[in-house]
Design a protein around this ligand. Structure first.
Ligand code: ZN
Length: 302
């Protein structure tokens, strides 16, 4: 039983329209689901991914309108890295980002930049046999497009305990002094940490949690595994597009284990993902009240 790398990364935005412009318009991801927060249906939960909405490519945002900027600290993911195919993709992105007023910093096979709310993002040239998870965008050739997640980087106050939990409990494999890999039959991703004791502030431009991908039939067993390794997992929660459990790893980073499937085409046709507001079944009867109060968003595919 192995987790299949990162399933999704969920972050916080105070500016949903700007968020759509950046992740769909500029980075070229597909807005695959325009939904609402299951605890507060007056704010969005936006999902960006590849063309199919695959686990491994899914960057999601809770909208807290007007949220103050946060700061990553101990127990938080501070950087999200996507794969690209080759160094010339980094040239393309440095130019595209620069033309949009986004500064980037090249370090060998890596390009580091920030989203408009300060979230640290990175593109890395990575040799892999994992299938590239690409979205279509008229200005971005497939050869240079983002290919799904490579890694997340976190600040850890208890790195030894975290390593022990990840290795012993979740079957991650140590691949470097501060880096572990979660790799299943189809895909893998890296989890790297830096030692840090200073607490952060959850707010706009910070990562809320990282989800790891489980085949549907192993999900309950992973909950048991997390429990046995000393974590305190929630019961299984139905997120409609996948099922989820949540727990904190020993350094405090919020982890989720999410099922691969049923997927984003469960409530709308695959070729029209994200075009209309998707509501959880228990909020569907409120559609007429909710649509007018949600922030108007730009159409990422006019
Ligand atoms: Zn999640």
């Amino acid at each position: 039983m192995r987790l299949e790398g990162i399933h999704h990364v969920t972050c916080i935005t105070g500016d949903a329209p700007g968020n759509v412009e950046f992740y769909a318009g500029l980075l070229g991801l597909r807005l695959v689901k325009k939904s609402v927060n299951q605890d507060d249906p007056t704010v969005y939960h936006l999902f960006y991914a590849d063309e199919q909405g695959s686990a491994g490519s899914d960057m999601t945002f809770f909208e807290y309108p007007g949220a103050r900027p946060g700061r990553a600290g101990a127990g938080m993911v501070y950087r999200v890295t996507w794969r690209v195919a080759a160094p010339d993709a980094l040239d393309f992105w440095a130019e595209r980002l620069g033309a949009a007023g986004v500064e980037s910093e090249r370090d060998g096979d890596r390009l580091l930049f920030r989203d408009p709310e300060g979230l640290e993002l990175e593109l890395a040239v990575v040799a892999t046999n994992d299938a590239p998870l690409i979205a279509d965008h008229p200005e971005i050739p497939a050869a240079v497009a983002l290919q799904g997640f490579d890694s997340v980087h976190a600040y850890a106050a208890e790195p030894d305990a975290s390593r022990e939990f990840l290795e012993g409990g979740l079957d991650f494999r140590v691949v470097g002094p501060d880096t572990l890999e979660s790799r299943g039959e189809e895909r893998g991703s890296l989890y790297s940490y830096d030692r840090a004791d200073a607490r952060g502030i959850q707010g706009a431009g910070t990562v809320h949690h990282v989800a790891w991908a489980s085949p549907m039939d192993e999900h309950e067993a992973w909950r048991q595994r997390a429990l046995e390794a000393g974590a305190n997992p929630t019961p299984v929660i139905d997120r409609f597009y996948f099922r989820s459990i949540y727990f904190r790893e020993p350094s405090g980073v919020l982890f989720e284990i999410a099922t691969i499937g049923p997927g984003f085409a469960v409530d709308e046709p695959a070729d029209h993902l994200g075009e209309r507001l998707s509501l959880p079944p228990n909020y569907e009867h409120l559609r007429e009240q909710l649509e007018p109060v949600l922030t108007p968003l730009p159409n990422p595919r006019p």
